[in-house]
Design a protein around this ligand. Structure first.
Ligand code: SF4
Length: 350
């Protein structure tokens, strides 16, 4: 069990249940989460309801996808002794708070969320004109506020989402309070350094582009993917000098290679002293060094999936204790407590 030390600030974050994770997920969030476990009281959830906001039509893989995300978390070093991990839908109080927030959230707030418009325009193969899709930031607010979280680790582009959560908290607190005391604190975004991680084709690494290196890719697959990775287009021939600053392989080196290797890359590339094949081999070495221990850790849970499920059950139980307490406060503030109360006398009868 985590220590539950009251002095530690509480951090909340989730990841959609998209199945096995890739290096972009690792660098963009997971690596950071692993580093936060001792500094903060961390709650990490697999957001399966959020996955439904876009992938509602076919739920055949959703449960396995959630477990796969958890396995990669454990592989990357999230430790159930030091943080709480669970699946969002296993803690139904998130949905209850979402419903109550949906009563007070003005439609205009949701329609102006930048990702809402962007995704409605870009994702044309699915009908996203649903109530759930418009309301997903309200669900997100419930996910965070139900734990009365202090911080939400986010990249720059997600700061508006945290701002919306703060606005919803403020609006709730304006309407309802516990004898004048606000129910919800306003969480702060915890800006996480986002390294640029290109996929094998040089675009942002993403499953939808088919350019990923998965955390579960075995060494030969990693090496093969690196071999076909795009490089600085200026290096047409071996004798052409290149520039690691404009090369996706150079970006990988910056994130994963040692200072000594980075120096060899910088000097060798710019002077055409090394070839791209050699350089990619070094990048593959660095990746394999990171992925091997992860895959070793993952194996234990793959061989005994019940262990992973036990971690989820334990995590939901811990999370539910906190959500029950928050919902008691919420109901009391809204004068909807579950306690019996004697009928109030009307003014006229006094
Ligand atoms: S030598 Fe390395 S950094 Fe330079 S272009 Fe080739 S792959 Fe990229």
């Amino acid at each position: 069990m985590p220590s539950g030390n009251q002095l530690r600030k509480r951090v909340l974050s989730g990841m959609r249940s998209t199945g096995k994770l890739h290096l972009g997920n690792y660098v963009g969030a997971l690596q950071n989460w692993v580093g936060m476990q001792d500094q903060y009281e961390c709650f990490f959830f697999v957001a399966d309801w959020h996955a439904l906001t876009t992938d509602y039509a076919n739920t055949s893989q959703i449960k396995q996808n959630s477990v796969d995300v958890l396995l990669d978390w454990l592989a990357a070093g999230l430790d159930p002794e030091r943080c709480t991990m669970f699946i969002q839908s296993h803690v139904p109080a998130h949905a209850e708070l979402h419903l109550l927030f949906s009563m007070i959230t003005p439609l205009g707030w949701l329609e102006r969320v930048p990702t809402y418009k962007e995704q409605r325009e870009n994702i044309t193969e699915k009908d996203l004109g649903t109530y759930g899709f418009l309301g997903y930031p309200v669900l997100q607010a419930a996910d965070i506020l139900i734990y009365k979280g202090d911080f939400v680790p986010v990249g720059e582009d997600q700061v508006p989402h945290v701002e919306l959560t703060r606005e919803i908290a403020r609006r709730f607190n304006q309407f309802y309070s516990l004898s004048g005391t606000p129910v919800f604190p306003e969480p702060q975004p915890l800006l996480t350094p986002a390294a640029k991680l290109p996929g094998t084709d040089g675009r942002k690494m993403s499953k939808s582009y088919g350019n990923t290196i998965m955390l579960t890719d075995p060494e030969p697959v990693v090496r093969q993917k690196l071999k076909t990775m795009v490089t600085d287009p200026a290096r047409v021939r071996r004798s052409d000098p290149g520039n690691p600053d404009v090369c996706p392989v150079g970006d990988l080196h910056k994130i994963f290679s040692s200072a000594a290797t980075m120096q060899k890359v910088n000097e060798g590339c710019r002077s055409a002293g090394i070839g791209c094949i050699e350089c990619k081999g070094w990048a593959a070495d660095a990746l394999v060094n990171i992925l091997n221990p992860m895959q070793e850790r993952r194996k234990k849970y793959e061989e005994n999936p019940r262990l992973a499920w036990d971690i989820l059950e334990d995590g939901s139980a811990r999370a539910s204790k906190i959500t029950s307490a928050t919902m008691r406060d919420v109901r009391e503030a809204m004068q909807m407590s579950l306690e019996y109360e004697a009928p109030k006398k009307s003014e006229a009868a006094k």
